[in-house]
Design a protein around this ligand. Sequence first.
Ligand SMILES: [Zn+2]
Length: 263
Amino acid sequence: MQFIDTHCHLHDPAFFKPEDAEIALKDSAKAGVTKLLLVATSLEDSKRAVAFANAHPEHCFASIGIHPHEAAKMTEPEITQALAELAALVKEPKVVAVGECGFDFFYNNKTECLAKQTQLLKGQLAIAQANNLPVSFHVREAFEEFWNVFEEYKSIRGVLHSFTDTEEHLKQALGHKLKIGINGIATFTTKKWQTDLFKSIGIHDFVLETDSPFLTPSPKRGTINTPENVIYITEYMAELRGETKELIAKATTANAVELFGLT
Ligand SMILES: [Zn+2]
């Protein structure tokens, strides 16, 4: 079986020492997680994701972008400058996506951050559109604002990373042909409506992700999450949906290859 982790932060030295990242990468490949998408959260982190992918070209690809959390720390001219640098970095051959970008009003005060988060997101959608790249979206407690912006940009493809929102927003996402990123939350949520949602999603509509080092799936709770744990998410989804692990692995790998154009 082969798996793709479509969202991890293995390149980020805040979470992984270089030698630990090497070990995690080797263990993941051995376990069948042969392709990883390193998702960046800031301009500096984007440069690191590209460097890590360049150093591990066999297994790694980069998604470059600026997380909505960053908006609060940046001035408008700084955002403009960072977007210009992203627009240049996106030309690197290992870059297959833009993001993670979006809106987050769970950790950020909406009144204070809406304008700057909007500027950041719009800039990144323009870069994705100009380069015909898919987008890794982070949207938390902010779907109304998100759809307003998203709908201004035609033909944007992408994934709603770590989706845990309502069925209504799920339907809207699928209507826009977005994929749903499913991670460890599925394995440990106690909310039945969320479990029902993960059970109901069509097999062609989701991809797997770890969000490593965060969101460690059961039965590995309490340890640092690494990309190889995508296997536990696969096992859980197979059991929940009454499908084989092979089917989940094959379908989600194909979905990820198609979305991100991984070769
Ligand atoms: Zn992430």
